[in-house]
Design a binder for this molecule. Structure first.
Ligand code: FMN
Length: 178
């Protein structure tokens, strides 16, 4: 059955129901502190110059810290990282307690385990868009951590893509490492 909403009934629930059908990967964005939060709005934006983006909620304390520090590390999660994504998406818990992390090579920001890849970046633009801030950041360093499949988010639920890396992935990864 198809459901449609008239413009005057654009409630948050309707927006979440529709926006939530757009399947995304999941990142944990970290900065100094250490501080970090789970985000699905990570978005590669440009190759030349190399730019990425993320939208953080206006009432997010971790988002405010990110904006104040001006630097961010995007940890792109693998499918085993759901507990980590939940931890970094829950307010009021000490997210880094007992967690292993190492500093990223260029900016020294928290690199987490259970990532497929990571991008460290310097925030160049901070644009208020409705109830969020769109942060555009220039890539300062990046790496592919290990093979695997991504953690995904669809209709408010964590999921993952089947399978580990294929032979074609291995070739691509070897190219990347060269
Ligand atoms: C899968 C998932 C994706 C999320 N994506 C975003 C996002 O893109 N931007 C955002 O501001 N919050 C996002 N959140 C919510 C934040 O992670 C959550 O509100 C967190 O508690 C914010 O950190 P703070 O409490 O330290 O401010 C997401 C949460 C989950 C579980």
């Amino acid at each position: 059955m198809t459901r449609t909403w008239a413009p005057e009934t654009f409630e948050t629930g309707a927006l979440k129901a529709v926006f939530g059908t757009f399947t995304t990967g999941v990142v944990i964005v970290t900065t100094r502190g250490p501080t970090g939060l789970t985000c699905q709005t990570f978005c590669p934006l440009s190759l030349d110059p190399p730019l990425v983006g993320v939208a953080v909620a206006g009432d997010s304390s971790s988002g405010a810290r990110l904006r104040a520090e001006g630097v961010a590390c995007f940890n792109i999660l693998d499918r085993t990282a759901e507990p980590l994504a939940r931890r970094f998406g829950t307010p009021g818990v000490n997210r880094f307690t007992g967690l292993d992390w190492r500093p990223s090579p260029v900016l020294g920001l928290p690199l987490l385990d259970r990532t497929l890849a990571w991008v460290e970046a310097t925030i160049t633009d901070d644009i208020t868009v409705g109830d969020h801030h769109l942060l555009v950041a220039r890539v300062a360093g990046l790496g592919a951590s290990r093979p695997g499949s991504p953690l995904t988010f669809f209709r408010g639920r964590f999921q993952s893509l089947p399978g580990d890396e294929t032979p074609a992935d291995q070739v691509r990864r070897t190219d990347f490492e060269r």
